[in-house]
Write a new protein. Structure first.
Length: 160
């Protein structure tokens, strides 16, 4: 069965990632509007889903939360952004008739599984190079976000 995994790191500096059965990876930085207040561009999220959903799709997103000391307004905005990007992706995949399932993935789970707890992002990038050798991951902030989003679905859909 051909499956495309669409992984979402929902932060403003997150990413949308597609992993195809053949190991190819396509991603883009989180699309944001160009307005005064940075907001996820739900239309461009839908366009990404259209572009990558040649087969059935599983949507996986990083299970994110607010942190102690984070202000109420910023926590609310982060939750809104997360709901917007996840909702747009699931809605578009479902509307296209290709959505197989949807899952939340905890960063702690994938970091623990790949023995990356308390490591730097270069270690995560190196692990991704090992798992997906056809794509060149570099240790920039946004690539690191994509790396985090890709780990869970890789294990979920293509277990060892």
């Amino acid at each position: 069965m051909d499956i495309t995994v669409v992984a979402i790191d929902p932060g403003a500096y997150g990413a949308l990632v597609a992993i195809y059965n053949n190991g190819e990876v396509e991603y883009e930085c989180m699309p944001m509007t160009l307005s005064k207040h940075r907001v996820v561009d739900a239309i461009r999220v839908g366009e990404f889903i259209d572009r990558v959903s040649h087969t059935d799709v599983i949507v996986v997103w990083e299970n994110v939360h607010s942190f102690p000391g984070q202000g109420v307004a910023s926590s609310f905005k982060f939750g809104l952004q997360t709901g917007l990007v996840v909702g747009a992706a699931i809605s578009r995949a479902s509307g296209n008739g290709v959505l197989l399932s949807q899952h939340k993935v905890s960063p702690r789970d994938w970091k623990k599984h790949f023995d990356l707890i308390k490591t730097n992002k270069e270690a995560a990038v190196a692990k991704m190079q090992e798992l997906l050798p056809n794509h060149d991951f570099s240790p920039t902030i946004r690539d690191d976000a994509a790396v985090g989003a890709v780990f869970g679905p890789k294990k979920l859909v293509y277990p060892d």
